[in-house]
Design a protein around this ligand. Structure first.
Ligand code: ADP
Length: 408
C-alpha cells in the first residue's frame, strides 16, 4: 500500500514541467512518505492485532518516512475528490493559521479562504495540473509560496490531488534586495557619468578653447571620475565582505598608535575646517582584531565625524573595556534626526543625499563598517542628538576571550 501510494504521488508530481526534474529525488521521498502516511493506520492496527513487540523493517521504514515527511520545510497536502484533506505533513498544518489541531478530514474551504489555493486544488481534482502558483498567506506574518498541484488517480477509480507548498518568502525578499541594490548602483553611477559626458561634449563643442572654463570643466570631469572609482571600489569591497571572501587576520593590536596614524592621515582635511581630532585612547589599550580592517572601520567613522562636523568642532576617539571592547568616535557635528537612526547602516542610506554627494560620499561607508564589525563577532551602534553631535561605537569581542583566540 505504501509503495503503491508512493508511486502514485511520485508519478503525479513528476509529470510537471522540466524544472521539476531537478527535485526528482526529493519528490520520490515525498511520494514514499505519503504512501507510508496513508497506509500508516493499517500498519499500526496490524501490529496491535498480532500483539507483537517486534519492529519489522517495513514498520521501521514507515516511521522513518513519516519522520522525514514531517521534518520537511515544504508543506504537503493530499485531498480527495470532495476537496477533503486525506493526508498532510507538519509544514502543511502551519500554513493554516486558523487551525489548531489536525487538518485531516477537513474540507479545504474550512482551512483557507485563499482563492489561489482553492482554485489550484480544484483544477487538479478536475485533472488539470497547476505549477508555479504564487500564493500569499498573511497570518501571523506575510509568507509567499510557490504551489504545485497535480491530479491523483488511484487504480480503484478514486481521484484527488496532491499539492506541494514551497516557501519562497526569503528568496523573494533577497530578490527584492538585489533589485533595489542594482537600481541604487545604476542611479549612483549615472549621476557622475551624465556630468562627465555632458562636460566632454561641451568641451568638444568649443569650450576647449575657452581659457576661462576649460580647466574648470576638466576638474569637474576628474572629480566625477574619481567619485565613480570610489563607488566601484566600495561596492566591490562590500560584496567581498558580504560574500565572506574577506579573511580576517586577527591579532593583538595597540590601539593608541593605530588611532594616531588615522588622525595623521586626516589631519589636512580636519585642519582645513579647524576641527580638532583628539586621541583619548589609553596607551595601554589593546584590542583583538584584524589591523587593516580595524583601521578601515575607524577611518570611515573618523572621516564622517569630520565631514558632518561644524567648523571648529571636535572629534574624540575613546576606548573602554568591559564585557566587550568598545571604541567610540564622537563628534560635535550636526547630529542625526532620530527617525533616520534605524536605517543608517543600510547600503546607500543617507540623511541628506545631495549633501553626501557634494562631500564625495558613496553612501556605503557605514554598511562596510557594520559588516566588518559583524565579521569580527562584534557590532557597531550609533547614538545622536540632532544639532549636538553623534557617537558611533564599535564593539569587539575582548582580547582575553578564549573563544576569540580559537576562532583564529
Ligand atoms: P557617506 O558616503 O554618505 O558618508 P556613509 O555610509 O558613511 O555614507 O554614511 C551614511 C550617512 O550617514 C551619511 O550620508 C550621513 O547622512 C550620515 N552620517 C554618517 N556619519 C555621520 C556623522 N558623524 N554625523 C552626522 N551624520 C552622519
Amino acid at each position: 500500500m505504501a509503495v503503491a501510494a508512493a508511486l502514485l504521488v511520485t508519478s503525479a508530481l513528476l509529470s510537471g514541467p522540466p524544472r521539476w526534474f531537478g527535485i526528482t529525488a526529493f519528490i520520490f521521498v515525498v511520494g514514499l512518505a505519503f504512501g507510508a502516511m496513508i497506509s500508516n493506520k493499517s500498519a499500526a492496527s496490524k501490529v496491535t492485532a498480532h500483539e507483537t513487540d517486534a519492529v519489522t523493517t517495513a514498520e521501521f521504514s514507515i516511521d522513518l518516512l513519516n519522520a522525514t515527511l514531517n521534518e520537511m520545510r515544504e508543506g504537503l497536502l493530499v485531498i480527495d475528490s470532495e476537496m477533503r484533506v486525506v493526508a498532510s505533513n507538519h509544514a502543511a498544518r502551519h500554513l493554516f493559521s486558523n487551525v489548531d489541531d489536525s487538518i485531516n478530514s477537513r474540507r479545504l474551504t474550512e482551512l483557507t479562504r485563499n482563492p489561489g489555493i482553492y482554485d489550484a486544488f480544484l483544477d487538479a481534482v478536475r485533472g488539470k495540473e497547476r505549477a508555479g502558483v504564487k500564493v500569499e498567506t498573511f497570518a501571523p506574518e506575510r509568507r509567499v509560496f510557490d504551489l504545485h498541484v497535480a491530479p491523483l488517480h488511484a487504480t480503484d477509480g478514486t481521484a484527488g490531488a496532491v499539492g506541494v507548498f514551497f516557501d519562497v518568502t526569503r528568496l523573494e525578499r533577497l530578490e527584492l534586495i538585489r533589485q533595489e541594490f542594482l537600481s541604487n548602483v545604476s542611479h549612483e553611477l549615472r549621476t557622475p557619468l551624465t556630468s562627465i559626458v555632458a562636460l566632454a561634449e561641451t568641451l568638444e563643442a568649443g569650450a576647449l578653447d575657452d581659457p576661462e572654463n576649460n580647466r574648470r570643466f576638466l576638474a569637474i570631469i576628474q572629480k566625477n571620475a574619481a567619485r565613480m572609482h570610489r563607488l566601484i571600489d566600495d561596492i566591490l569591497e562590500l560584496s567581498a565582505i558580504e560574500a565572506g571572501n574577506v579573511k580576517l587576520q586577527r591579532e593583538s593590536i595597540q590601539l593608541q598608535p593605530l588611532v594616531e596614524d588615522i588622525i595623521s592621515s586626516v589631519s589636512t582635511t580636519a585642519a582645513a575646517r579647524n576641527i580638532k581630532v583628539s586621541n583619548l585612547v589609553q596607551t595601554s589599550a589593546e584590542v583583538f582584531a584584524d589591523p587593516h580592517r580595524l583601521m578601515q572601520m575607524l577611518t570611515n567613522l573618523i572621516d564622517n565625524a569630520i565631514k558632518f562636523n561644524r567648523d571648529s568642532g571636535t572629534v574624540s576617539v575613546t576606548f573602554k573595556s568591559g564585557d566587550y571592547d568598545r571604541i567610540s568616535v564622537e563628534d560635535t557635528g550636526e547630529g542625526i534626526p532620530s527617525h533616520h537612526l534605524d536605517r543608517l547602516f543600510e547600503r546607500f542610506y543617507r540623511v541628506d543625499r545631495a549633501r553626501s554627494r557634494e562631500l564625495g560620499g558613496t553612501g556605503l561607508g557605514l554598511a562596510i563598517v557594520k559588516h566588518l564589525a559583524k565579521s569580527h563577532g562584534g557590532e557597531v551602534s550609533v547614538e545622536s542628538r540632532f544639532g549636538e553631535g553623534t557617537r558611533f561605537t564599535i564593539e569587539l569581542p575582548r582580547l582575553a576571550t578564549d573563544a576569540a583566540r580559537m576562532d583564529q
